[in-house]
Design a protein around this ligand. Structure first.
Ligand code: UDP
Ligand code: MG
Length: 139
């Protein structure tokens, strides 16, 4: 997969509050093309595998409980410099520290319920994209 992709999730809290449309609009307006998209729901075990790198941290169990608490939207997004640009678009992990106009500033409810996930490296993007999408679902 070329480097111009990132993987994203709209988290259960943002889906519950019907923020999916506005968040997708911001993503498109920022120049990202949607390569793959699906509404799905993780089991607790699947959330634990997705967030494997955080296993052992104090927030891990609660995070996996939350991430499996309701439907999510999985996204593969294409743009030059996608990983870095998407992290800028969503803002700081902690919404209190996120810049005005970022997705997390606008839609996060808390540090845990911070509206969206975005890949932090090419390696993790590939792993995360493969976790959700087969090749026939990517255009
Ligand atoms: N998280 C949390 N408490 C923390 C740090 C992180 O609940 O102290 C949650 C939050 O939902 C975050 C996710 O765990 O988005 C993954 O953490 P990471 O440090 O990878 O932040 P991100 O890459 O999502 O900005
Ligand atoms: Mg992360």
């Amino acid at each position: 997969m070329p480097l111009g992709y990132t993987f994203a999730l709209i988290k259960p809290s943002a889906c519950r509050k019907n923020h999916v449309g506005p968040i997708l609009a911001m993503i498109n307006q920022a120049g990202f093309r949607i390569s793959a998209i699906r509404s799905t729901k993780l089991t607790k075990q699947e959330a634990e595998t997705f967030y494997e790198m955080h296993r052992g941290k104090e927030f891990y169990d609660s995070l996996c409980e939350f991430m499996s608490s309701g439907p999510i939207i999985a996204l593969l997004l294409e743009k030059d410099n996608a990983i870095e640009d998407f992290r800028k678009l969503i803002g700081n992990t902690n919404p209190d520290m996120a810049e005005e106009g970022t997705i997390r500033k606008m839609f996060a409810e808390s540090l845990q319920k911070n509206a969206v996930h975005g890949s932090d490296s090419v390696e993790n993007m590939k792993r995360e994209a493969d976790f959700f999408f087969n090749q026939r679902e990517r255009y």
